[in-house]
Structure formats: C-alpha cells, structure tokens
Design a protein around this ligand. Structure first.
Ligand SMILES: Cc1cc2nc3c(=O)[nH]c(=O)nc-3n(C[C@H](O)[C@H](O)[C@H](O)COP(=O)(O)OP(=O)(O)OC[C@H]3O[C@@H](n4cnc5c(N)ncnc54)[C@H](O)[C@@H]3O)c2cc1C
Length: 489
C-alpha cells in the first residue's frame, strides 16, 4: 500500500486528493493535512464582503466529505518536510501540528511515498505595517481573502453606509496593500461590488471611491495585461478596465507600493519615485502572498529549506529558475509537471509552486523599490494543476517510477475569469474574460503573446448569472455529489 499525503485542502489540494482517492481506490491511502475544518469557495467571499452571502453560504465541513471519499483527514498544518527521513527512518515524512480534532497543538510525523504541496499562500499582512492584522479581523484595513475576513468587511461596510445615510460623506479605498501583491482581480471585483451596493442603496453621491494598485497600468492583472476580443474588436485590457472605472466614477492610482497603513490613512511610493497619502473611512487592501513557511531537513537533520523552496517560500518545481533579463523570458521557463527537481516524490500545485519569474514587466522606482504584480495562479489553473499532479502520482504508484508524468503548463493552458461587478439576478453584472495562454508565448503568438480567438471579454448580466451558477456548481463538485468528476476545474 502506498500513501499519498496532500498538504492543503483548498482548490488545488482538494482537487488532487479527491481525484487521487477515486483513481487509487482502497488499495492505497490518501491523507489530507489542512488546518481548517471547512472548505471555502474563495471567489464568493467577495459577496460575503458586501453582505450578499453569508459565511455559511461559501463554506462546508470537510470531515464528512473526506469520510465519504475514503480520505484520511488530519486537521493540522504542515510544519516541516524530511524527504530523506532522519536518523531513525529512511522513509520520507512531514511533521504536522494539529489545529483541531481535539488534538490542537499536538505534533505528529506522517510518512509518505508521495507528497503534493498545495498549501496556497500565506497572507503576508506583516509586509506592510498596519495592513490587516494578525488576528485576521483588520487593524486599519479589512480583507476578503477568507470567509471570516469577508464577514468582518461586510460589518465595517454596513457601518460606513449607515454614516452615509446620516449625511456623512465617506471615503473608500480598495486595491493592493503592497508593491508586490497578486490577486488584483479580487480587489477589482470587490470595488465594483461595493460601488454597486452603495448605488443600489441610493447613497452613491455620499461616497468617494478610490482604487490603488501596484499594477503599472490598469488591467495588467499580473499577466502583463492582455489583448482580447470585445464585441468583435481586439481591445487592450487597459482600455477595457479604464472604461469600467470611468463608467462607475471610480478614480485610480496605479504603480503604487503601499508602505504604511495608519488609522484612516495609507502612505505610498509610486513608480516615478514620488510619495503620496490617501485617507479613507473604509479600506480593503489585498495583502502580498508568500509561501506558508515550511522548512525542510535532510537525513542528518541539516536545514535544506533553500534547496526545496525558493526564497519567497514557494516550492521549487520543474521550472527554469536561471536568472535572466525580461527580454529573454520564455514560455518554456514555466513548469510542466510540478515535480520537485531534488526529491522526485514531492510535487507542488496551485499557489504553492514557485514561478520562474513574474509575468508582468519588472518595474522599480528610482529609489529601488520593486513595484510590480506577482503572477496570479487563479482557481482554474490551480484546479487543473492539482488534477494533473494527482494523475502523475497515481500513475507512479500504479505503473512504477518510470510512468509518464502529466503536464499542465500555465504557458499552454487558458483560464476563464468571471469577475463580479455587482450581485443581483436582474441588475447584477460581471466581466467575463478568458485568456489563452495565461503566460504569454511571444514565439507562438507574435505581437500580443496570446491567441485572440480564445482571449475575449464581455461585461453584462449574463456574466453575473454564470458567476452565480459557478458558485453552486463548484461547491457541488467539491462536496463530491453525483457526477462531480464530469464538472471541469
Ligand atoms: C477574494 C478572492 C477572490 C478570488 N476570486 C477568484 C475568481 O473569481 N476566480 C479565480 O479563478 N480565482 C479567484 N481567486 C483565486 C483563487 O482563490 C486561488 O487561485 C485558489 O484558491 C488557489 O488555490 P490553492 O489550492 O493554491 O490555494 P488555496 O485555495 O488558498 O488553498 C490552500 C490550502 O492550504 C491550507 N494550508 C495553509 N497552510 C497550510 C499548512 N502549513 N499545511 C497544510 N495546509 C495548509 C489552507 O488552509 C488552504 O486550505 C480569488 C482569491 C481571493 C482571495
């Protein structure tokens, strides 16, 4: 019997574990180590953050689902990896620390034949003083990155809307809270949902709404922007995005590194080296992401974290990490199998893998401050990677070590993103965008780096319905309800 341990029960890990359990059957064991007792459909946190959904609408208990799937579930967080074992065992193991199941604080060493690291991001609020806070409930700014954060954001939003009703004008600041954030799409959705709710409440003239982002131009989205077909024309994401902001009367600041947050005020540095301040009554700023801080040790107990993980804490995989100038970046730098190059029984999927470099053009202010978005690894690519890696591990277990590894390069896959711009069956809106490939390939698609036949965008009510349907569909799939396997990632 072989044992596959999956770290993380999010989009990539849950996909990997559930498919692997199905493909391996009872002959082998699949273990999931994840610190939360609930699964969260993160994209719908946006609607929790404006009071349009509850925490309960976007989460469900993992234990019964894993029991049904025959998966061993450990409510714990992984702390360190010993891929070669240690002085007493040759077997690879991961050290975990329980967070629930009546064993909180207890440690355990879980041996594995194969490991999939799908631990996602550490929400690195600490990178910017005053941003969010350690207990997750926002010191000066709020967040929508978890269901609890989003619930808190909704309460804070209600408070400022009450003030508007009493005639007090309110200032809202939404965007990214550091020069090296990713996930601009989530902040983009949130600002439009907030604007929509305020307009629906008849309070739009009482609110000044301001966007702040580390993107060097509107619509970069950490992908260097894109050219997409809109209504038959090829339009840059910059024009598409700027027009959405103009239509809603939302001002924007781009190329900003927020370096400090205080009560009601952020300070920032811009790409031209100048500095500025913005005041706010309500602010949601996305934190930068880092790896979750796993350590790695060799058999002798020496620290080999630098061998297994990149400096940002994400796991090294089969990418080309050779430092090279922007002009020499290639689609082929991006990983295909997500296998760790040193320890072949370990893989990483979703946000947990270390990208070879960013996708957007690297930028620095004259003061040397790096201000550029880091690459997005959104839901669809994360799910696709999780499934491909599970497939590889199952083949390695069933066919032996020479089995062919499955591939899912972000330079060869597309992604669909439906960004809500306001909830409502009749007055809702969403910007639906597809991009192919996620990482531009300028050799294959000279000019824009992407195939414009498969890269398109549209905004309207239909997009909102799709977003709503996806909410139910993905929760249905994650609960492993009948025919879950035929629903695409
Ligand atoms: C507000 C918001 C809205 C978004 N909207 C969209 C959208 O509309 N469309 C889209 O495609 N993408 C969207 N995304 C991005 C999407 O959520 C991510 O791409 C996706 O969740 C990444 O999957 P993952 O499995 O890598 O990480 P996650 O889904 O974050 O899962 C990581 C898991 O690892 C667990 N974990 C953490 N530390 C440890 C540890 N030490 N040991 C074990 N487990 C650990 C976590 O608890 C979690 O369960 C959004 C993101 C945010 C924040």
């Amino acid at each position: 019997m072989a044992r596959l341990v999956v770290l993380g029960g999010g989009v990539a890990g849950h996909t990997a574990a559930t498919f692997a359990a199905d493909w391996l059957g009872k002959e082998h064991e699949v273990v999931v180590v994840t610190p939360n007792s609930k699964w969260n459909w993160i994209p719908s946190n946006i609607w929790v953050g404006v009071g349009g959904m509850t925490k309960e609408d976007v989460t469900f208990d993992l234990a019964p689902v894993y029991e049904k799937a025959g998966i061993t579930y450990k409510q714990a967080k992984a702390v360190s990896l010993n891929p070669e074992g240690n002085g007493t065992t040759d077997k690879s193991f991961v050290t975990i620390e329980y967070t629930g199941q009546g064993k909180a604080g207890q440690s355990e060493e879980v041996t594995f034949d194969y490991l999939i690291n799908a631990t996602g991001p550490k929400l690195n609020f600490a990178a910017t003083p005053g941003l969010g806070d350690a207990n997750g409930l926002g010191e000066f700014t709020v967040s929508v990155c978890t269901a609890d954060h989003a619930d808190h954001a909704a309460h804070e939003l209600t408070k400022i809307m009450d003030k508007m009703r009493k005639g007090e004008r309110q200032k809202i600041l939404i965007g990214t809270g550091h020069g090296m954030c990713t996930c601009q799409g989530a902040a983009f959705e949130y600002i439009f949902n907030v604007e929509h709710e305020i307009r629906k409440a008849g309070l739009r003239d009482m609110a000044d709404i301001q966007w702040i982002s580390n993107e060097s131009f509107m619509g970069d989205f950490g992908m260097g922007g894109l050219h997409m077909k809109v209504g038959g024309y090829v339009v840059s994401s910059r024009i598409f995005t700027e027009s959405l902001f103009a239509e809603r009367g939302v001002n924007y600041i781009t190329g900003a590194h927020v370096n400090k947050v205080e009560k009601g005020k952020v300070t920032y540095e811009l790409l031209d080296g100048t500095t500025g301040e913005e005041t706010f009554d309500f602010s949601m700023l996305i934190p930068p992401f880092a790896g979750v801080g796993l350590k790695a040790y060799n058999k002798a107990g020496e620290d080999i974290t630098d061998t297994v993980f990149a400096p940002n804490g994400f796991m090294k995989v089969d990418a080309d990490y050779t430092p090279k100038p922007y002009a020499e970046w290639k689609a082929s730098d991006w990983p295909r199998t997500y296998q760790n190059p040193t320890f072949k029984n370990m893989f990483a999927a979703g946000i947990a893998f270390a990208p070879p470099h960013i996708i957007s053009k690297p930028m620095k202010s004259p003061n040397g401050t790096v201000i550029n978005p880091t690459p997005p690894r959104t839901g669809m690519p994360s799910g696709i990677m999780g499934k491909a890696v599970a497939h590889s591990v199952c083949d390695l277990i069933k066919k032996g070590p020479s089995a062919h590894l499955h591939e899912a390069s972000m330079a060869e896959m597309g992604a669909a993103c439906v960004a809500s711009a306001g909830k409502g069956w009749l007055d809702g809106q969403a910007a639906a965008m597809t991009v192919y490939p996620v990482v531009p390939d300028f050799e294959k698609y000279p000019g824009t780096g992407r195939d414009t036949d498969y890269t398109f965008g549209e905004i309207g009510l239909a997009g909102h319905w799709i977003k709503h349907i996806l909410h139910y569909l993905f929760i249905y799939k994650a609960k492993l309800k009948p025919f879950w396997k035929v629903i695409p990632e």
